[in-house]
Design a protein around this ligand. Structure first.
Ligand SMILES: [Zn+2]
Length: 105
């Protein structure tokens, strides 16, 4: 699997972790905007749940790229509402997503 994601002018490393602070804090992922690292807890979790967490953290990175200072609670609310829907959209519209990629090539 790709271990990097380009978001705007930045490249984030993607790390699938089995233990550590993320899960201990009750979170499944983390977007370290300062260091450019996205961490996703992978141990024992279904792949679709990991995918949704990855999308969630990418949305945090996208918001960072807008340059807007968001209130943390506001950002989390928006990201939490959008991430499952965007994940489902990609899953449910694979043909369209492929066509979009062709249009952008
Ligand atoms: Zn979040």
């Amino acid at each position: 699997m790709t271990r990097q994601v380009k978001v705007g002018h930045r490249v984030y490393e993607i790390a699938f972790v089995t233990n550590g602070d993320i899960e201990a804090d009750g979170h499944w992922g983390e977007c370290d905007k300062r260091r450019g690292i996205i961490r996703v807890a992978s141990n024992g979790r279904p792949r679709d749940a990991q995918a949704e967490t990855l999308v969630h953290e990418i949305l945090h990175a996208l918001i960072e790229d807008t340059g807007r200072e968001w209130d943390d609670d506001e950002e989390e609310l928006i990201v939490s509402r959008l991430s499952p829907r965007l994940t489902a959209f990609v899953r449910d519209n694979a043909t369209l997503v492929g066509e979009l990629l062709q249009m952008l090539a």
